[in-house]
Write a protein that binds this ligand. Structure first.
Ligand SMILES: *[C@@H]1O[C@H](CO)[C@@H](O)[C@H](O)[C@H]1NC(C)=O
Length: 401
């Protein structure tokens, strides 16, 4: 009984004490109901039999891009690589000198990439912003910096990028409150994600959408009349109209996804491929869904994660060492949640009207934890923020139907 009382008092103290970090707001919201794994989402084996390429030679290739049939990826540490036959060729580096991956804030961490129509590659680093790369010469330009506030607020996690035919750059910030190594804390807080437009001629950013709950992957419709943005914590995709009668307004494009959406790509059939790394069902909801209506519980959890980090962060500041660095990085990042991730892969395929028309799934256990899918030649390439390889699956398998 006294134990229970002690736990209760600690909870009350952490949840209610004024002025404790992190400085976030917590407003109740109702999560959407997940759609069922039936119809277009009925389990299938289209991503079965995945191979692991370049194991140990590439680390956390989260976002991928393809151009002229070649696949490009990033490796933790900042190498931008190209798959050439059975080799991985480093074409550029956007990383910063650092001791190890736990110094992620310093090293940088690439989360997304996209080509423009002229063949330049744009890579988003969560901490540093957006780089524009000439993949033939390896020349790197730091196009959008996030060291100064943008539209009144600092960008703490830059996430995805897509470029229009006129070279206008659209990009997302997942959070203006916490950095990527504290992304889990950001998920408990209120939405602070943003969608920006960057004009390369004037070098200015315009805020298109505010308060997106962990804005993530981004895609342009094939005729560029709208953009879609993954709103990860809400398990939905938002549409922003660039042209037509609804220009400048937004609406919900896909609601009730059966998990959290990450990167979005337009595939060769003109469908949006929405990769869902972490799944949910009506009977197995996500932790973020369960706590959504309870601001006090969310504040408690955010503060708890934060407080657990404090002693290690203090040691790290005064006596920098491997262990305190690693633990400070580990708490608050997604890494401790890895065992919760499911074995099955899921890519939800959506048409131009936001209708779910098909899906790519796996039923085996060859490759897990994917965050992006890109087609090149007769293969799907699978990106991941956790894997130390590049996944690859043959698109059309020869088999008896
Ligand atoms: C793809 O090919 C076109 C036409 O040859 C070329 O202009 C473009 O730069 C190429 N893109 C890349 C990324 O190599």
């Amino acid at each position: 009984m006294t134990k229970l009382l002690a736990i209760f008092i600690v909870f009350i103290a952490i949840a209610f004490l004024p002025g404790l970090p992190p400085e976030l707001d917590f407003t109740p919201y109702t999560p959407s109901e997940p759609m069922d794994f039936t119809g277009p989402l009925a389990p299938n084996d289209k991503l079965n039999g995945a191979e692991k390429l370049f194991e140990g030679k590439i680390v956390n290739p989260e976002g991928l891009a393809s151009a002229n049939g070649s696949i490009y990826a990033s490796s933790r540490g900042g190498d931008i690589v190209k798959v050439v036959g059975d080799k991985l060729v480093t074409i550029a580096n956007i990383g910063h000198q650092c001791e190890g991956y736990w110094e992620e804030k310093k090293c940088g961490r690439s989360l997304g990439m996209a080509f423009d129509s002229k063949g330049y590659l744009y890579v988003v680093d969560a901490y540093y912003g957006i780089f524009k790369i000439n993949v033939n010469t390896g020349k790197v330009g730091h196009l959008i910096k996030t060291d100064q506030p943008i539209a009144g607020k600092p960008v703490k996690i830059a996430n995805s990028v897509v470029v229009g035919k006129d070279s206008t750059v659209y990009w997302t910030a997942s959070s203006c409150d916490t950095t990527f190594d504290d992304a889990v804390i950001a998920m408990f807080g209120d939405a602070s994600g943003r969608l920006f437009k960057f004009d390369p001629a004037t070098k200015t950013n315009t805020l298109l959408l505010d308060k997106i709950h962990f804005a993530n992957g981004l895609a342009l419709s094939p005729n560029e009349d709208f953009l879609i943005v993954a709103e990860t914590v809400r398990c939905r995709v938002i549409r922003y109209w660039l042209k037509g009668p609804k220009q400048g307004t937004s609406d919900v494009f896909v609601d009730g996804l059966p998990g959290i959406p990450d990167n979005i790509k337009v595939n060769t059939e003109g469908l949006f491929d929405i990769t869902v790394p972490l799944q949910r069902t009506k009977s197995i909801p996500l932790a973020s869904d369960l706590v959504a209506p309870y601001p006090l519980v969310r504040r408690f959890l955010a503060r708890l994660f934060y407080l657990m980090e404090v002693p290690f962060a203090m040691i790290q500041e005064n006596y920098p060492n491997f262990y305190s660095g690693l633990i400070t990085h580990w708490i608050g990042s997604f890494d401790p949640l890895l065992p919760l991730f499911p074995k099955e892969l899921l890519v939800v395929q959506v048409d131009q009207n936001g209708k779910v028309v098909s899906s790519l799934q796996s039923t085996d256990d060859k490759v897990n934890l994917i965050s992006d899918v890109v087609v090149a030649g007769n293969y799907y390439y699978l990106g991941s923020p956790f894997n130390n390889y590049l996944g690859r699956v043959k698109k059309t398998k020869v088999k008896a139907e």
